[in-house]
Write a protein that binds this ligand. Structure first.
Ligand SMILES: [Zn+2]
Length: 406
C-alpha cells in the first residue's frame, strides 16, 4: 500500500445513471430479493463459505491478508455507508436532487489548511455552523440505520464503515463495530493539545459570545427558515444571505463572530513543540473568545475536513474491516470521496462480491461490475437504486425468517 497520507477531497463531477444488477432489481421488490440473495451467504457459519475462501487463498501473499476466515469476521458482510442513508433523517446529501451541490451552486466546503491558518475563515465557518447545529442536533437515526444494527444482530454484518459525521450509526447500534472514516461533529478537537470537547457545550458558548446571532437564530428557528437546506426557500422565509450563500446580520456581520478557545490550553498552556522552551501563548478577550494574538488553542470540529489526512489508525481500522469481511455492501453513497472508493476497490481486488444500494450513480462503478456474469441473481453482485430506509427493513425481516428456519 502507498505510504502517502490519504487526503479527503471533494468530487463534484456528474455521475452516469447506474446499470441495475441483476435486471430484476429495478423494482423495490426485485431489489429486496437481490439484496437477500447477496446477504444470505453471511447467515452461514464462516467455515462453510468455502468457495470464497478458496478464491481468496489463491491471491498473492499480501501481508494484510490473514488466511481462512479473516480473523473471526469471516463470512460476514461489511457495510459502507454515506450521506444517502441520512437523507431520511432530514439531512441533506451533497449530491442528488436535494443535494447541497445542486441547490446551492456557490457552496464551497472549507479546507483544512484554511481553517488552521485563517481566523477569518474560522469565524465564517463557526457562524454557519452555529446556525446549522440545531438541525443536526434534533435529527435522529432512521429505519435504515436501525436495519444496519439488525443485520449485525442476526450475524450477517460484522462491522460497518461510515463516511457520515452525524453519529447516527453509533447512536442507532452501539454494539456493531463502526469506523467513522471522516470523524464526527459531536466533538471538537484542539489543534494544539488534541483534547476533545462536546459540541453541545460549545454551542452554548457560541450563543453567549454572539448574542445578536443567538437572537437571530431563535428568530429563524421560529419562522422555520432553517428547516430546509434550499437557499431559495430559506430566503422566502426570511433568512438573509449574501450572494455567496453566507448569512450576514446587518449589525453583526460574520466578521464579528467570536468563538471560544480550548479550555485545556487556556488552563495549562502546552509546551512549544519546536523545543525552544516556554509555552504556547493562548489568550482570550474578557468574555472568553479566542484572541488572534494566540499561538494555539484553536478548536476544530472532530471531522476530517477536505484536504485533511485521515488518521493512520482510522485508515488501518477501515482496511482491517475490509480484510475481515467476505462481501461488502455500499449503502447510500456515490463513493465520491476517494477514501471510500478505494476501500471498495480493495474489496474488488480481493475478489469479494460487491453490492451497492444507492439512489443514482456511483463513481467509477464499471470497475466493480464490469465482469458480472449474466446468470448472477444477486449472490455475486447487486446494484440497485432504491431508498435504503424502505428496502433494508424488508431485507432484514426476510433474513430473520431464513435464520429462524435454518
Ligand atoms: Zn488545547
Amino acid at each position: 500500500m502507498p505510504r502517502a497520507p490519504l487526503l479527503r477531497v471533494p468530487y463534484t463531477d456528474p455521475l452516469p445513471a447506474p446499470k441495475i444488477i441483476p435486471t430484476s432489481a429495478s423494482t423495490a421488490s426485485g431489489a429486496i430479493a437481490a439484496l437477500v440473495d447477496f446477504l444470505s451467504p453471511s447467515l452461514l457459519p464462516s467455515k462453510t463459505s468455502t468457495s470464497q475462501t478458496t478464491a481468496r487463498s489463491k491471491l498473492s501473499t499480501s501481508p494484510l491478508y490473514s488466511s481462512g476466515d479473516g480473523g473471526g469476521g469471516g463470512g460476514k458482510t461489511l457495510l459502507l455507508t454515506g450521506a444517502g442513508i441520512s437523507v431520511a433523517s432530514g439531512l441533506a446529501d451533497y449530491r442528488g436532487t436535494n443535494g447541497t451541490y445542486t441547490l446551492n451552486k456557490t457552496y464551497r466546503p472549507i479546507y483544512f489548511n484554511e481553517f488552521c491558518e485563517s481566523h477569518e475563515a474560522r469565524k465564517r465557518y463557526w457562524a454557519r455552523s452555529f446556525l446549522g447545529w440545531t438541525n443536526l442536533e434534533k435529527a435522529r437515526p432512521n429505519k435504515a440505520h436501525e436495519a444496519c444494527g439488525d443485520l449485525g444482530q442476526i450475524g450477517v454484518v460484522g462491522s460497518l464503515i461510515t463516511q457520515n459525521v452525524d453519529s447516527f450509526h453509533p447512536t442507532a447500534h452501539p454494539h456493531l463495530p463502526t469506523t467513522e472514516l471522516h470523524g464526527y461533529l459531536r466533538s471538537l478537537v484542539c489543534l494544539t493539545c488534541r483534547s476533545e470537547y462536546p459540541r453541545n457545550t460549545f454551542q452554548s458558548q457560541l450563543s453567549r459570545l454572539n448574542p445578536t446571532w443567538a437572537a437571530f437564530l431563535a428568530e429563524m428557528l421560529a419562522c422555520g427558515a432553517l428547516d430546509t437546506e434550499n437557499p431559495d426557500e430559506r430566503r422566502k422565509k426570511g433568512l438573509k444571505t449574501n450572494p455567496d450563500g453566507d448569512v450576514d446580520i446587518p449589525d453583526a456581520p460574520y466578521t464579528t463572530f467570536r468563538y471560544p478557545a480550548c479550555p485545556v490550553c487556556l488552563e495549562k498552556p502546552p509546551k512549544r513543540a519546536d523545543g525552544g522552551g516556554g509555552t504556547v501563548r493562548v489568550q482570550t478577550d474578557r468574555d472568553g473568545a479566542w484572541d488572534p494574538k494566540s499561538e494555539g488553542g484553536v478548536l476544530k470540529p472532530a471531522v476530517i475536513m477536505f484536504g485533511e489526512s485521515i488518521p493512520a489508525a482510522t485508515k488501518i481500522a477501515a482496511e482491517k474491516a475490509v480484510d475481515a469481511a467476505d462481501r461488502i455492501l455500499v449503502v447510500g453513497s456515490s463513493l465520491a470521496t476517494y477514501s471510500a472508493w478505494r476501500l471498495v476497490k480493495m474489496a474488488k481486488e480481493r475478489h469479494m462480491p460487491i453490492g451497492v444500494l444507492n439512489m443514482g450513480g456511483v463513481r467509477g462503478e464499471d470497475a466493480f461490475f464490469g465482469d458480472v456474469e449474466a446468470a448472477n441473481t444477486g449472490r455475486e453482485a447487486v446494484r440497485c437504486s432504491e431508498n435504503a430506509e424502505k428496502v433494508l427493513p424488508q431485507v432484514v425481516r426476510i433474513l430473520q425468517e431464513m435464520k429462524g428456519r435454518g
